[in-house]
Design a protein around this ligand. Structure first.
Ligand code: C5P
Length: 398
């Protein structure tokens, strides 16, 4: 997966002729799966339209610091926090002057002051303006403030001059941005996650299943992808969108989930079993729809399903194995016995007797049980919890 996939990139566009290249830059970032928001200065808007940038970025363009409507959607402080990286391309001499002196007289300079994210500029201006001692002084100041400067290149300029001041090409800017983003803790790792329920067919129209929403497994897949891993998500039927950058394999039954898991796990570094696999399946699957008969009682004979995670744990070599344990009592003790019985490295245990967490809910609260002890993770959204769990797993395997 590309290092910029799922990253929040804020592109600032100031008033220079190279602004037209910012459209291509926006497209390139979107192409590798980054989330893009564009901030356009007044001068920038003289060179390129917000509509072009909105269409390419898939988000409304931010233009004004004091726009009540925009502040309701995503205010300037939220935008500053949202960004993983701010790239200003093109950055004019005027913008460099204002930023280096700490001015906050428009949305873009304000964001640059308010953010903790790295800031990069791709300067673009006439060669004489670039060489001007005041611009060079501002450049020195920006570098000493920790601002990254990409380019400028040298060559023929739009004004007819030749010299330094050409904005770098969009592909070069994107590569330089990727180099700035720290590698995630799971970069280069392959992660396989099972999620959701399984369906065990009785006949062509009926099945036995459970209420698993798949939310925890999907949140883990998203967090693992964000941490840089190549993620395969083996999913039973759920009503969730596939997280960006994640490869999803759709399955129905436990047997199908096992088959897909065996294929994916052979090359995996980490296997996380978050699926609520049906423990049993009907012995007989009718070819035709079972008809209602005269009998008042009907018996369905069930047979045990394979234990997917325990099977994967017997592979040689085997991935780092993480399972879940949903319990209603003796949570830690049962989780520990599951750890040993199934041959796992970690078990994420939760108490499902509390109806507002776990199954089908947006929040969860867990205790991670490993050979070395237990770590309690307090109640949080499944997304936040997933990020903490992935960080913990990354720590253990590194
Ligand atoms: O045995 P129990 O269902 O409580 O174990 C839960 C853990 O085992 C989960 O990680 C679940 O995904 C996994 N599991 C499995 N295959 C099964 C049953 C459970 O992989 N047939």
């Amino acid at each position: 997966m590309h290092r910029l996939t799922n990253r929040h990139i804020l592109i600032g566009i100031t008033g220079g002729i190279a602004a037209y290249k910012a459209a291509e830059l926006t497209r390139l970032f979107k192409g590798v799966g980054a989330e893009v928001r564009v901030v356009l200065t007044d001068a920038g808007a003289e060179f390129i339209t917000p509509l072009t940038l909105q269409a390419l970025s898939g988000n409304p363009v931010h233009q004004s610091l004091l726009d009540p409507e925009a502040e309701q959607g995503m205010g300037h402080i939220e935008l500053a926090r949202w960004a993983d990286l701010i790239i200003v391309a093109p950055a004019t001499a005027d913008f460099m002057a204002r930023l280096s002196s700490g001015m906050a007289n428009d949305l873009l300079t304000t964001l640059c002051l308010a953010t903790d994210a790295p800031i990069a500029l791709a300067p673009a201006m006439n060669q004489a303006m670039w060489r001007d001692p005041r611009t060079q002084q501002n450049l020195e100041a920006l570098l000493s403030q920790g601002v990254n400067i990409f380019g400028p290149g040298s060559g023929e300029q739009a004004c007819g001059d030749t010299g330094p001041g050409r904005m770098l090409e969009p592909t070069q800017i994107m590569q330089a941005c990727a180099n700035l983003i720290a590698a995630g803790p799971l970069e280069g790792k392959r992660v396989v996650i099972t999620a959701g329920p399984t369906r065990e067919a009785l006949d062509p129209v009926r099945f036995i299943s459970n209420h698993s929403s798949g939310k925890m497994g999907y949140a883990l897949a998203e967090a693992a992808a964000k941490a840089g891993a190549a993620v395969t998500l083996i999913s039973g039927p759920v009503a969730l969108a596939t997280p960006k950058g994640v490869q999803r394999v759709g399955v129905e039954s436990a047997q199908e989930m096992l088959d897909a898991s065996l294929i994916a796990a052979s090359a995996a570094d980490i296997f996380i079993g978050a699926a609520a696999v049906a423990d049993y399946r009907p012995v007989m699957v009718a070819d035709q729809k079972i008809k209602k008969g005269a009998e008042e009682v009907m018996e369905i004979l069930l047979t045990k399903n394979p234990d997917i995670i325990a099977t994967i744990a017997t592979l040689e070599p085997r991935p780092f194995m993480v399972g879940f344990a949903a319990e209603t009592e003796n949570v830690i003790a049962y989780a520990r016995s599951k750890l040993e019985r199934k041959g796992l490295d970690l078990v994420i245990a939760n108490d499902v007797s509390q109806s507002d967490i776990g199954f089908n809910s947006d929040d969860n609260e867990v205790v991670v049980v490993g050979a070395g002890g237990e770590i309690a993770m307090p109640r949080a959204s499944k997304a936040a919890l997933a990020e903490n769990l992935i960080a913990l797993i990354a720590e253990q395997i590194n």
